[in-house]
Design a binder for this molecule. Structure first.
Ligand SMILES: [Fe+2]
Length: 280
């Protein structure tokens, strides 16, 4: 049977991936953020997840303003990173999990989440940096991946409450898969930041989110997106990726295995939290 082992929330700015590739983690101002990932690496080493469901917002590689699904899920057999304007990435092929992916699609649609289904997707930094932080930027991770894209780019966005419910449906779908899979949910985004107003960070709001996401995610889901934009900046709505990840955990109050808030990560309120899902 498939099980959800844990949920990881993390910020995802492009400089993280570039720094990892250059090996300059010790030279930049957010070393504590990288150092805290040692605990996530150790968790992955012992728990050995086989699948990572990565929930993130696509930054224009697959979907742009002319075509913007609210929720989309990848069912490809493999994926490749693509150039986002920072130069051609090192060629890598990430293994997909199409059988589990199609099971999730069918389960989600049965639960009234009419998602877009993607047989082909290119990966951007929001997907790869979370994986690179755990398994390194020079190789492919030892897990299959299922990309799940949330529209956090062009209004109207899904409501935060809908994202939490979507995460619940994702978790239910995974737990009803009869084949073996040890799943790590990754919510990649946020926290507070706004392109064009770099440095617009609301640390008290970010810390409140990291507190509530553990045992009171409904309190965060009660915000509407206009309120989140006011409080956390235009890209602060990437908090939705954390809500989807948290919704997939069955535990009422998952154990926090590691966390850090280190701001800024570049121009972003930088956060990471790993929660164990002991109820799965
Ligand atoms: Fe982003």
């Amino acid at each position: 049977m498939a099980q959800v082992l844990a949920g990881l929330g993390t910020s995802h700015v492009p400089v993280i991936g570039r720094t990892l590739k250059a090996g300059t983690q010790a030279e930049v101002g957010f070393k504590p953020f990288y150092d805290r990932f040692e605990a996530v690496k150790a968790w992955a080493e012992t728990q050995k997840p086989t699948v990572a469901v990565v929930i993130y917002n696509d930054h224009g590689l697959n979907f742009f303003l002319d075509h913007m699904p609210t929720f989309a899920l990848g069912v490809a057999t493999d994926y490749r990173p693509a150039d986002e304007g920072f130069g051609e990435p090192v060629p890598r092929i990430f293994q997909g999990a199409p059988d589990l992916g199609w099971h999730m699609v069918n389960s989600l649609i049965a639960d009234d989440f009419d998602i877009s289904t993607c047989r082909k997707m290119e990966l951007d930094h929001a997907c790869t940096t979370a994986l690179d932080l755990i398994w390194g930027a020079d190789s492919v991770p030892p897990v299959a991946i299922i990309p799940v894209v949330i529209n956090a780019v062009q209004p109207p966005f899904p409501k935060p409450s809908r994202c939490l419910a979507f995460g619940c449906a994702l978790g239910k779908a995974i737990r009803s898969y009869t084949k073996d899979a040890r799943v790590l949910m990754i919510g990649s985004g946020g926290l507070s930041h706004e392109l064009g107003q770099f440095g617009k960070i609301n640390q008290p709001f970010d810390l409140m989110c990291m507190d509530k996401i553990v045992g009171e995610p409904e309190a965060l889901a009660a915000y509407d997106n206009d309120q989140i934009v006011d409080l956390a900046g235009a890209q602060g709505v990437e908090l939705m990726t954390w809500l989807v990840m948290r919704g997939a955990l069955a535990s009422t109050r998952p154990d926090v295995l590691a966390s850090i808030y280190h701001a800024p990560i570049s121009h972003t309120g930088g956060a990471m939290m790993l929660m164990s899902d002991s109820q799965s």
